[in-house]
Design a protein around this ligand. Structure first.
Ligand SMILES: [Zn+2]
Length: 239
């Protein structure tokens, strides 16, 4: 499955190099979880075996080239808060984005249809979890603001629900002013980022509901799998 530059496949993961940092987006491939969580599930509260999830995090750190445990997360609540972290954090605090200026620390969000959006600047990076609630609440703007002193921000939108599949009801269509029966979260994200002053926005163009490889789903999808599924990760770190 081809992806546009600056995205590129690195084994089972998708990477994007931007000035100042690198983003990595996982697929569901390459881990040790089984069943509905096969195989690289990074969600801890979804019913998967904690030992398997721990092993998957070890693989994630290795893929990012950071020490095991050098990961900063937050407890995602579909809000608009982005926290700044200088050291590893298992994610007890409620927020939907993590920004850092610390070298060797990976900012991580988990998704299964919502968008993982990497924000990369010469002096810092942020990783943001953005579904329709977060987009409406301004989580991307908060992520850009968290990097206000870090130089020009570039964005990479990872795999999420695509306009091909993401059907919504009339209330959401009216809220976002869209026609048709689907909502294009990625187009909304691009508009929001541009309005926030991000001149360069890249979209991998991968839909978590329908992307397949070898005849099997490439990503975890909360909607497709009716809630019983794993989580993939969006990761950003300074390079
Ligand atoms: Zn799709």
């Amino acid at each position: 499955m081809s992806v546009p530059a600056p995205f590129a496949w690195a084994g089972e993961h998708l990477i994007a190099d931007l000035p100042g940092g690198r983003a990595l987006f996982t697929t569901r491939r390459g881990g040790v979880s089984e069943g509905a969580f096969a195989s690289l599930n990074l969600g801890r509260g979804v019913g998967d075996d904690p030992g398997a999830v721990g092993a998957n995090y070890g693989m994630l750190a290795a893929a990012a080239g950071v020490p095991e445990g050098a990961i900063a997360q937050a407890r995602q609540v579909h809000g608009a808060r982005v926290v700044r972290r200088d050291a590893a954090d298992p994610g007890a605090e409620e927020a939907d984005g993590v920004a850092t200026t610390a070298p060797g620390l990976a900012a991580v969000v988990l998704t299964a249809d919502c968008l993982p959006v990497a924000l990369v600047a010469p002096g810092g990076v942020a990783m943001v979890h953005a579904g329709w609630r977060g987009l409406a609440a301004g989580v991307l703007e908060a992520g850009v603001a968290a990097l206000a002193d870090a130089g020009p921000v570039r964005a990479a939108i990872g795999p999420g629900a695509g306009p091909c599949c993401y059907e919504v009801g009339p209330e959401l269509r009216e809220r976002f002013g869209t026609e048709g029966t689907t909502l294009d979260l990625k187009a909304i994200a691009r508009e929001r980022l541009a309005a926030a002053g991000v001149a360069e926005v890249h979209d991998a163009g991968l839909c978590t509901l329908c992307a397949q490889r070898g005849g099997a789903p490439l990503f975890f999808s909360h909607r497709r799998d009716h809630g019983r599924t794993g989580r993939q990760a969006g990761v950003a770190w300074r390079s």
